[in-house]
Design a protein around this ligand. Structure first.
Ligand SMILES: [Zn+2]
Length: 201
């Protein structure tokens, strides 16, 4: 499996959202939808993105999702019920930067997470890790942990947003030690070793 991380250019690039492209032969999936289609195409050529797995439905993680559906008819995985955040600028937190961003994703493209997913030959373990938002998940593929905004930049994600919970955050962080991974790919900033993740809280 090859992994390419692409920084989002939306919102002036100021949020430094990182979306991750996973390539296995001809099969491609993505973690989060902050990267422009053309930037994804520059790493996958004319392969197709089968699915985009959203770590949580904050605007910066989903801002290009409509383009992925239009370009590749990609499936869009979210925690069940979280798709309501696509069409609600308060719930997807875009109002916090003075935007009113809403995203239209056809219901037929929306899929819900289960604890284990298999997409083509990708075996994905899904961990429900609420705290930063109620719909946060971490996704583990071949010992690579895509942790969204649970841990990033040597600290933990903020918990003062719509449906955040400090109490849930503590419980989610406690799960990390028990997950078998060697590298974490957060939703912002650089990759972290497992030791760096565990030293972040
Ligand atoms: Zn977030």
């Amino acid at each position: 499996m090859e992994i390419h991380s692409i920084m989002s250019k939306r919102y002036g690039g100021m949020l430094q959202q990182m979306s991750h492209v996973l390539i296995d032969g001809d099969n491609v999936i993505m973690i989060d939808a902050g990267a422009e289609v053309q930037d994804v195409e520059s790493v996958i050529g004319d392969k197709k993105v089968l699915a985009v797995l959203i770590t949580h439905c904050h605007f910066d993680h989903v801002c290009c999702v409509e383009d992925y559906v239009e370009k590749w008819n990609a499936d869009v995985y979210v925690k069940e019920g979280a798709e309501e955040k696509f069409s609600d600028a308060h719930k997807n937190c875009s109002v916090l930067i003075g935007e009113n961003s809403v995203f239209q994703v056809p219901q037929k493209n929306i899929k819900y997470y289960a604890e284990k997913l298999k997409i083509a030959d990708f075996d994905i373990d899904v961990y429900f890790t609420p705290g930063h938002a109620a719909d946060c998940v971490c996704l583990c593929v071949e010992k690579k942990l895509f942790c969204g905004d649970l841990v990033l930049g040597g600290t933990t994600g903020r918990c003062d947003l719509y449906d955040s919970s400090y109490f849930e955050m503590e419980k989610s962080l406690a799960k990390l030690e028990g997950i078998d991974f060697d590298t974490a790919y957060p939703g912002h900033y650089d990759t972290l070793t497992k030791a760096e993740v565990l030293n972040s809280f």
